[in-house]
Design a protein around this ligand. Structure first.
Ligand code: KG4
Ligand code: ZN
Length: 341
């Protein structure tokens, strides 16, 4: 086959990911996570993450090559997340990618982490329908994007004005005494709770807010509402119904995410909605999006949960699209850019 063999490196947050793809066929997706080291702080500690990337980088590259059954010198191109993310964490991946590319004499491609969250879906569901609308929801970002060309033309339609969706899941989980990262725990608790037990606020959905923030999100008011509700319960001496709070909170987040995504798709005349990022692993979000979209004739694509959270395969997938579209490589002096738009 003459499809390019691309190795992708991801280190923007707490996962050291190395993926290998041939074209859009996934050959390896090796990952090492420092999440357990951050758990007791209730959030990712940048210095701890950077150090963990340093330690995990070479073994993770080796593991990916072993799984894919390829040698490093077979690789045609190296792709790496150059931003956005934690500056020190990004630097480790970028330095590793440059070293590999220079020593192997192969082209280097710096890619945008958010675009990679979109591109990854091609590994599972084939070529991206373009244009499509992408809802990206993770611990660090919540955005609605119009994707005209995943390699070069992605336009933001809306974003969170305060907390990211994943951040809200993590903060509410903490209030409920659930471990970090809280998203999967809320998801699990919610299964035995009632989503209509408590009517939590839907941020930026009032008529007035919609005028200025039609496709934007806000989750900090929701988080505060949950905190107040839980405090009131505790003061009254009654037990906190964790499953009901989790289900009702989750419903409020998913309701707003799905409502605004479908409104944006309809406004743009786009028939394909892609959901990515760690929160896309949420079972209620997936089910609700499917249900409401199909009523409107909109198709929904969500990668499997393991590809939604940060990983190296997503970087390799975007790198592969860039190579096959013949775009120029990055300079070997590629900088890490923590605030890449
Ligand atoms: O994309 P990701 O792995 O890292 C970032 O780029 O932030 O997303 C991590 C976020 C965390 O906030 C985590 O709680 C959330 O995704 N998450 C979930 C679920 N699985 C992970 N949130 C809700 N439901 C889930 N099942
Ligand atoms: Zn991410």
């Amino acid at each position: 086959t003459d499809e390019p063999l691309v190795l992708g490196i991801e280190t923007s947050c707490d996962e050291t990911g190395v993926g290998i793809v041939r074209g859009h066929t996934l050959l390896a997706d090796a990952i090492a996570s420092s999440v357990d080291e951050h758990a007791r702080f209730g959030g990712v500690v940048p210095e701890v993450a950077s150090r963990a990337h340093l330690e995990a980088m070479v073994p993770t590259i080796e593991r990916a090559c072993e799984t894919a059954g390829v040698a490093l010198y077979d690789v045609d191109a190296i792709a790496v997340t150059s931003g956005p993310g934690l500056a020190g964490a990004l630097l480790v991946g970028v330095a590793a990618a440059k070293s590999l590319a220079l020593s192997l004499g192969k082209p280097l491609y710096g890619v945008n982490h958010l675009a990679a969250h979109v591109a990854v879906d091609q590994l599972e569901h084939g070529p991206l329908p373009e244009p499509c609308l992408a809802l990206l929801v993770s611990g660090g970002h919540s955005s609605l994007l119009r994707v005209t060309d995943v390699t070069s033309a992605i336009d933001p339609m809306g974003a969170t004005i305060d907390d990211a969706a994943g951040e809200a899941f993590d903060k509410v989980a903490r209030l409920l005494g659930l471990p970090f990262p809280g998203g999967p725990h809320i998801d699990r608790e919610a299964r035995s709770g009632s989503s209509v037990a408590i009517d939590f606020p839907r941020g930026l959905t009032s008529r007035r807010d919609l005028e200025r923030h039609r496709f934007d999100f806000s989750f900090s008011g929701l988080k505060t509402a949950v905190a107040r509700w839980v405090e009131a319960r505790e003061r009254s001496g009654e037990p906190v119904p964790v499953a009901d709070v989790a289900a009702s909170f989750q419903e409020a987040v998913c309701d707003v995410l799905v409502r605004k995504s479908l409104d944006a798709a309809a406004t743009e005349g786009i028939e394909d909605l892609l959901i990515g990022g760690g929160v896309a692993a949420n079972s209620r979000l997936r089910a609700m999006a499917e249900e409401r979209a199909s009523a409107l004739g909109i198709r929904v694509r969500v990668p499997r949960p393991g590809l939604c959270t940060d990983n190296g395969a997503m970087v390799a997938a975007l790198g592969s699209s860039i190579v096959s579209r013949g775009l120029p490589p990055s300079s070997y002096s590629l900088p890490a850019d923590s605030s890449l738009p």
